[in-house]
Design a protein around this ligand. Structure first.
Ligand SMILES: Cc1cc2nc3c(=O)[nH]c(=O)nc-3n(C[C@H](O)[C@H](O)[C@H](O)COP(=O)(O)OP(=O)(O)OC[C@H]3O[C@@H](n4cnc5c(N)ncnc54)[C@H](O)[C@@H]3O)c2cc1C
Length: 520
């Protein structure tokens, strides 16, 4: 049998279902249209008339690492594609099956297996979400501080599969720092444990290659994480999240840089909202308290820790903000807005056409990693690109930008432009226009020495063909690794142009794939 390049045929599917019945119960194998469509959708906009292209042939609900290994072994033997899905909230279409096959839904693996209060770790099934986990940990005065805006609905396995980014990462680190180790099922069905060294609870080892990082952020192309051991912290006693208003972007930009560089130990992050974002919030976002028209930019800083650390640190940051012309918005708005951080974009959304008509829109979130010094230039270039798109077609709206510190030194920012897309109206021409715009936006990030994605990954049309440019020789190594780890291309085939790995001449195949992508 050859490697996977297309959707499985009916014979293959009948055979796979027969084999799955030998390792799973009937109710763990889902073949109905509803069950399959439910696992085809992800939040990032895509033309409605093409949804059927992304529907899996079946879904499975394993309950243990052993069952995951058995399912993958069968899929590998029969060359049926398999795509891991956790919360399905990923914004780069990672959990979308591009070649049909099996969606492996890990939500039933949501147990807390071991809470180790002395070593401050918890071992969980990767189908658990952070909200549920933290409810339990809170009883012990502890917290697992991976805090994405998708906190209530993304799951630990998806955080591993994307190498997620946390809103309070400057204080506690991001998913890669907080996950100590995990059990991982390879595309051949073998199970290995990856972490720092082989220990389950080791946070720093120099023994051998650092495989933990290889098996994070791969978007399900290298296997499935099934059980993870996570680092825990004391639940913070105090949380301070002052919001400040500015009458111009430049002062706000200088202020956010100064706050991030201040070296305050409890600093968990700072956010810069540009003029477009403030205008959008005033106009259309129900989660916010609208700011008056003279407010042209906002900055928020967040501190987490004990009361006697956070209050003095807060005074220091307030002083810095004042020196940069900030106006404090008061406790109520500051606390309320920070508390709403998990609600933003999780509800049905609307945007505006050029003539101000209110229409239903879905959310595209660009999430480049950009150095502080490049933020103004990237901000300007991105808004110009979106303005040009809006001149050509009426299905898109510019919802403004955030820039959010990724680290405690303020070196780089998750730089987000939010674009409303009237998904139901997307025809092939509008989609092609969007893909071209998306490519221009990603190219700006690279031209400014940034990364296409700080957060979600870069698998979508309009960005994926730039990934080899971003990674250079490293991308060729990715092709070699993919072929070595997944010899039959069964894990999430079609993502990251990795099909090229299986061609006799991978680089020629890559050129062909990129050519096709760039002309779609
Ligand atoms: C409203 C909203 C806000 C968001 N805010 C943030 C944010 O602040 N920070 C951030 O990082 N992201 C954010 N995201 C994006 C998304 O929530 C993250 O990418 C998240 O990590 C995905 O987790 P999930 O459980 O939904 O994974 P899924 O979407 O199910 O999967 C994501 C990828 O990981 C793979 N995968 C899934 N499970 C496993 C597994 N067990 N082992 C290996 N691979 C696996 C999938 O195949 C896919 O490629 C946001 C999304 C939304 C909708």
């Amino acid at each position: 049998m050859t490697v996977v390049t297309e959707r499985p045929g009916q014979d293959q599917l009948d055979q796979v279902v027969r084999r799955l019945r030998t390792v799973l119960t009937e109710e763990q194998i889902l073949t109905s249209r509803t069950d399959r469509y439910n696992r085809a959708r992800v939040p990032a906009p895509f033309p409605v008339h093409r949804w059927a292209e992304r529907v899996p042939d079946l879904a499975v609900l394993p309950t243990s690492t052993e069952q995951v290994a058995q399912v993958i072994t069968i899929a590998n033997e029969l060359r049926v594609p398999i795509v891991p899905r956790d919360g399905g909230t990923g914004l780069t279409d990672g959990a979308v099956p591009l070649r049909g096959g099996i969606v492996l839904d890990v939500k039933r693996m949501n147990q807390i297996h071991q809470l180790d209060l002395e070593n401050r770790t918890v071992t969980v099934g990767t189908g658990i979400n952070m909200l549920k986990l933290n409810e339990e940990l809170g009883r012990h005065g502890l917290i697992y501080p991976d805090d994405p805006a998708s906190y209530p609905c993304s799951l630990v396995g998806g955080r591993i599969g994307t190498s997620g980014w946390s809103l309070i990462g400057a204080r506690y680190g991001h998913t890669r720092d907080l996950v100590l180790s995990f059990d991982h099922v390879l595309p051949t069905g073998e199970v290995l444990h990856v972490g720092d060294g082989i220990g389950h609870k080791i946070s720093k080892s120099s023994s051998g290659y650092q495989l933990k990082h290889l098996f994070m952020g791969h978007q399900g192309t290298l296997g499935v994480a099934t059980r993870a051991t996570l680092k825990l912290y004391p639940k913070p006693e105090a949380e301070l999240s002052p919001f400040w208003a500015f009458d111009n972007y430049d002062d706000a930009y200088r202020c956010v840089g100064a706050l991030a560089r201040a070296g305050v130990a409890t600093f968990a992050g700072a956010v810069l909202f540009d003029e477009w974002k403030v205008a959008y919030l005033r106009r259309d976002d129900e989660a916010y308290i609208p700011q008056p028209k003279d407010v042209r930019a906002l900055v928020c800083a967040v501190m987490y820790g004990y009361e006697d650390e956070v209050r003095p640190a807060g005074r220091r940051l307030f002083k810095i903000a004042k020196e940069h012309g900030a106006r404090y918005l008061g406790d109520e708005i500051s606390e309320g807005d920070w508390a709403a951080r998990h609600d933003r974009y999780a509800t049905p959304l609307h945007g505006r056409t050029r003539d101000g008509q209110v229409v239903p829109m879905s959310w595209h979130c660009e999430d480049a990693a950009i150095n502080y010094t490049r933020l103004p230039a990237v901000t300007k270039a991105w808004h110009e690109i979106v303005a040009e798109l809006r001149r050509k077609t009426d299905l898109f709206d510019d919802w403004g930008m955030f820039a959010y510190t990724s680290s405690d030194t303020g070196v780089d920012y998750l730089t987000e432009i939010d674009i409303g897309i009237w998904e139901q109206q997307l025809n092939d021409d509008a989609w092609a226009e969007w893909v071209q715009t998306k490519r221009q936006i990603a190219a700006v990030a690279l031209a400014h020495d940034g990364s296409i994605s700080a957060c979600h990954g870069s698998c979508r049309e309009g960005e994926v063909d730039l990934v080899p440019d971003e990674l250079g020789r490293g991308y060729q190594l990715m092709l070699d690794l993919k072929r070595a780890v997944d010899p039959n291309n069964i894990m999430n085939p079609g993502k990251y142009l990795l099909d090229a790995a299986y061609a006799d001449d991978p680089l020629a195949a890559l050129d062909a794939l990129r050519g096709r992508t760039s002309h779609e």
